[in-house]
Design a protein around this ligand. Structure first.
Ligand SMILES: [Zn+2]
Length: 174
């Protein structure tokens, strides 16, 4: 589930992608996420990190956690504007090789600026980035698969005075 504006942009991005290769399909793992889930994931990641290393200043632990799971108050997914997205190849029946599977934090390769990628992996990341930035999505350097439109991250990236979307809350939807 995503904002209507995001859906429309994804449809245009899919057209751009099909022009590059008709077998390529955008594959969205997650769009809208409730604030409750965001809080749970943040705390879970914070707990894992706090067990790996001692942080004298709790703020450093918060910052480190924020690198992979956004602090709930500024997170994009609860606004319905953020997506976790990769590309699926219908011909080979597999995802394109991005150098690291989506949501894999066991190596440093989830970051956009990671070293040691093959040309093909670099190229696949470039394709994903290009078609989405052409639709005015903002990338997130912390995760090559995360993009957003209209959330705070997007406003910061494009130097807009404010985000378009605030967090969504639905009754009976958790
Ligand atoms: Zn995400």
């Amino acid at each position: 589930m995503v904002r209507k504006e995001v859906l429309e942009k994804l449809q245009s991005a899919q057209k751009r992608l099909s022009d590059i290769n008709p077998n390529f399909k955008l594959y969205i793992f997650e769009g809208y996420r409730t604030l409750k889930i965001q809080k749970e994931r943040f705390l879970k990641r914070l707990k894992v990190l706090s067990e790996l290393e001692y942080y004298e200043n709790p703020f450093d632990l918060y910052e480190k956690t924020h690198e992979t799971v956004a602090v709930p108050s500024v997170a994009g997914h609860p606004s319905g504007g953020a997506i976790d997205i990769v590309i699926f190849n219908q011909q080979t029946n597999s995802f394109l090789d991005f150098g690291s599977p989506i949501y894999d934090y066991t190596t440093n390769k989830f970051r956009l600026d990671t070293l040691g990628l093959t040309n093909e992996q670099e190229n696949n990341r470039q394709i994903l980035r290009e078609i989405l930035l052409a639709e005015n999505f903002a990338p997130f350097d912390g995760e090559y698969w995360h993009f957003s439109y209209g959330d705070r991250e997007w406003a910061f990236y494009y130097q807009k005075p404010a985000a378009i979307f605030s967090n969504l809350q639905f009754k009976n939807y958790e």
